[in-house]
Ligand binder design. Structure first.
Ligand SMILES: Cc1ncc(COP(=O)(O)O)c(C=O)c1O
Length: 380
């Protein structure tokens, strides 16, 4: 919600948001919803590369594009699993200052370092130019939908107004639950337990990747958080392969969902936070098998995709027979989290101009509001 609010506050259609490449799919969805253009800044194993940031900003300036903010996940990145090196942090803030660009620091995983280390928040180093987003989703309960924002005073006031216009008030009962939990439970001890669990699962995943993955694959080594970012050999299309992986009963998030510009077809995000170490090892073993078959097919027939031939594409979709083995497999694949696509473009609800005309209905306003279910749809 805070991501949505900040984007709503700052972005008009066509404004640029800089974001690491890859970046969190939920954030990219918010940026798309407000018709902001995302310019990705490449990372390496130490996170965002300052020279790449400088180059992206210079290019935007040259092209006359208005950059509103840099969106960054400095610690245990989702999906890349990397952490921004401490000695890069001041430089990144300095570059943003130089170009007069706000920093939006998203840090839901910061307390989940496997060795207990914490990193200096960008916000602590430049409080006047950084909006910081925190969350209880990864350290307490995601279902409560409680997080927090630290923002420069002027931004905070506008955020409160935007939040009131959207929901009147975030759920008070849930905030009370969080407050009580922090006051009466050993939450630091609980985080320590989480760290140990996740470290064991990370180790299981990295060990299995080393054991099973074919040559030509590479992956990141997270020091905290939930995710490993896997790169598969040239020619393999990770998105196309997903259906075959699901048939082998293993799933991943394909990399293209984490880019706004179509990159990521050779990447996938593997999450180790939920399954047990045994299931992680088995999942990686299955994934490696699917990948091996894919590479075999590639060697025989060239690049493999799931794109249907035109005749097949025209065929009306049929419902699977849930009693047949194939039907059961398909049902399973439908139950896997939807592959990440962009939500429909929604207008900026604070921008009257974007709601003045309804191209769908050809009227000056869509009545009742939102009836066209696209241009005039309101956001709740
Ligand atoms: C980088 C990042 N930001 C934000 C969120 C969402 O956090 P919350 O549950 O507080 O909305 C996630 C959840 O996966 C995330 O990975």
């Amino acid at each position: 919600m805070a991501l949505d609010m900040v984007t709503r506050l700052f972005c008009d259609p066509g404004d640029v948001v800089l974001a690491e490449g890859p970046s969190y799919v939920g954030a990219l969805g918010s940026f798309a919803a407000y018709q902001a253009e995302v310019v990705h800044v490449a990372m390496d194993d130490d996170g965002l590369v300052p020279d790449n940031l400088r180059a992206a900003l210079a290019e935007c300036e040259k092209a006359g594009k208005r950059v509103k903010f840099l969106y960054t996940i400095p610690n245990f990145h989702n999906p890349a699993g990397v952490t921004l090196a401490v000695d890069r942090r001041a430089e990144i803030l300095e570059i943003c200052r130089q170009y007069d660009v706000l920093v939006l620091e998203d840090n839901p995983y910061g307390l989940l370092a496997f060795d207990g280390q914490t990193y200096p928040a960008l916000r602590s180093m430049d409080p006047d130019n950084v909006v910081y987003l925190g969350s209880f989703s990864k350290t307490f309960a995601s279902g409560l939908r409680v997080g927090w924002v630290l923002a420069p005073h002027a931004v905070r006031e506008k955020l409160v107004l935007a939040s009131e216009s959207a929901t009147l008030c975030p759920p008070t009962l849930n905030q009370l639950v969080v407050s009580k939990y922090l006051a009466t439970h050993d939450w630091k001890g609980q985080i320590k337990t989480f760290r140990e669990n996740y470290r064991e699962r990370r180790d299981a995943m990295i060990g299995a990747l080393e054991q099973y993955m074919p040559a030509g694959c590479s992956w990141t080594h997270p020091d905290g958080g939930f995710y490993v970012w896997l790169t598969v050999p040239e020619g393999v299309d990770a998105k196309a392969m997903l259906a075959r992986a699901v048939t082998a009963r293993v799933a991943y998030a394909s990399g293209t969902g984490f880019y706004a510009d179509g990159l990521g077809s050779r990447q996938m995000r593997l999450s180790y936070c939920y399954p047990t170490p045994e299931r992680i090892r088995e999942g990686v073993r299955r994934l490696a098998g699917v990948l091996e078959s894919e590479m075999d097919l590639m060697r025989t027939f060239g690049s493999v995709t799931t794109r249907a031939c035109p005749a097949r594409r025209r065929r009306a979709p049929t419902r699977p027979d849930p009693t047949s083995p194939a039907g059961r497999r398909l049902q399973f694949s439908l139950a896997v989290p939807r592959s990440f696509g962009w939500p429909k473009v929604r207008p900026n609800a604070l921008s009257p101009s974007s709601r003045a005309d309804c191209p769908t209905n050809g009227t000056s306003r869509c009545a009742p509001a939102g009836a066209c279910r696209s241009h005039c749809a309101t956001r709740v």
